[in-house]
Design a protein around this ligand. Structure first.
Ligand SMILES: [Zn+2]
Length: 207
């Protein structure tokens, strides 16, 4: 009887560990493992970003699996028109958020690490539109991480193409379960972002 109880206890501990892991590391998947046609340009793994420094040790775009599935739905919709998505950023460890905040302590553009960014939850993604075949970026109102009024949806003094591309990206992402961010045309939150905790898992440990 005692042995049976010990086995049951161990089973319960193991199950709890699995559930914990699923809410932490295991549920985060590489976007390209869900849809290899989604292109990547992980700017924080290069010096081509607002910090001017490489802040990620590797170029990875990870999201919670349900969020990645929503993104692949958007990709499929765009492919019907010969277009696709290119990801600039996805899951971002909290420690990196702290670096960003010291450089740009303005909540219109960077989330206060005391509250955490939705990127830290693996439930936000920065994307743009590309031509499916060539991968060439479509014209948008501004470059990525342009911390100015041009990046916001209320800015309309733009070429008509930039406005229509911005509108198409927003409409597609919204239709597929994302919520846009008024001051950044490239940023989208999974509508279910509150389900996920803030994480600080290093990118090197992710798939
Ligand atoms: Zn973002």
């Amino acid at each position: 009887m005692k042995r049976q109880q010990a086995i049951m206890f161990l089973t319960a501990v193991l199950l709890a560990a699995v559930v914990f892991a699923d809410n932490g590391v295991n549920d985060l998947v590489a976007v390209t493992s869900v849809n290899s046609r989604i292109r990547l340009d992980i700017r924080y793994a290069t010096t081509n970003n607002f910090t001017g420094k490489q802040v990620y040790p590797c170029a990875k775009a990870c999201l919670h699996r349900p969020t990645a599935l929503k993104l692949t739905k958007a990709q499929k919709k765009l492919e019907e028109q010969g277009l696709g998505l290119k990801v600039y950023d996805a899951y971002r460890p909290l420690s990196v958020q702290k670096i960003f905040w010291t450089i740009m302590p303005d909540e219109r553009y960077v989330a206060d690490p005391a509250k955490g960014s939705r990127h830290n939850r693996g439930s936000a993604v920065d994307v743009t539109l590309v031509e499916l075949k060539s991968g060439k970026e479509l014209e948008m109102p501004s470059g990525y991480d342009d911390f100015s009024a041009r990046a916001g949806y209320t800015f309309t003094n733009l070429p008509p193409k930039a406005i229509s591309n911005r509108t198409m990206l927003r409409a597609t992402m919204t239709e597929c379960g994302f919520v846009p961010f008024e001051t950044e045309w490239w940023h989208f939150d999974d509508a279910d972002w509150t389900k996920y905790p803030i994480l600080d898992i290093p990118l090197e440990r992710l798939p």
